[in-house]
Design a protein around this ligand. Structure first.
Ligand SMILES: [Zn+2]
Length: 219
């Protein structure tokens, strides 16, 4: 059953608080949104409000043309990126953007995330990369939408952060957190002076098939 708008709003604030508590965003950073089922509208976090204690009443409702429909605060400056993703992908109902420190550190050194952990790598699939674009810009929104159209659900933004695209808020949240888990494991390997080993070819493909079949069995 589809979540109600009140449930979606509560879940957006929970995800945003979690990002703050996990150190994936600072006080005024990050943004989270969820599409309202069956509508060309979404709820999104506000700009310039402390993200560690966000309330449902702080959120803003917008349509995919960028018009504010409800809410007293200013929407996140990244609303264009969220809107562009929803336009590009009808299967995406939630978008989470954070500033994952370990992912960014490895990215700054040109070290691409490897498929090292089975479940995290299976969830992420191919990780997309977007070169430097100004935060909040139409260019950033267009570059991310292009990745989304290519079927990617985990994206690293150069010198900025990451974006997770999910069918649900918890999936988009898990994508952002899994990116940081992979980066943490790699960071530890490099700190110990070793190159992390990737998963052998074929294992991920088998896991995708297995997960696919179990999700079908669960109906
Ligand atoms: Zn950002």
């Amino acid at each position: 059953m589809n979540p109600s708008e009140e449930e979606l709003k509560r879940e957006i604030t929970r995800v945003t608080r979690t990002l703050y508590q996990r150190g994936l965003i600072n006080a005024l950073e990050g943004n989270v949104s969820a599409r309202i089922p069956g509508k060309d509208e979404f709820w999104i976090t506000p700009s310039q409000v402390f993200k560690g204690d966000l309330k449902a009443g702080d959120l803003i409702k917008m349509n995919l043309r960028g018009e504010v429909l409800e809410g007293a605060l200013k929407p996140s400056i990244e609303w264009r990126m969220h809107s562009a993703i929803y336009i590009a992908r009808s299967d995406v109902n939630a978008v989470v953007h954070a500033h994952n420190p370990l992912v960014l550190a490895l990215s700054l050194l040109g070290r691409e995330l490897k498929n090292t952990l089975t479940l995290e790598s299976a969830l992420l699939g191919r990780v997309g990369r977007v070169g430097f674009k100004l935060p909040g810009s139409g260019e950033l929104a267009e570059a991310v939408a292009e990745m989304a159209r290519a079927g990617v659900k985990a994206i690293v933004l150069d010198r900025h952060g990451v974006v997770g695209l999910g069918a649900t808020l918890v999936e988009a949240e898990a994508i952002v957190e899994s990116l940081e888990s992979l980066a943490l494991i790699e960071y530890i390997c490099y700190s110990l002076g070793e190159e992390p080993r990737g998963i052998p070819g074929g294992v991920l493909e088998s896991l995708w098939k297995f997960l696919d079949s179990t999700s079908r069995n669960r109906g």
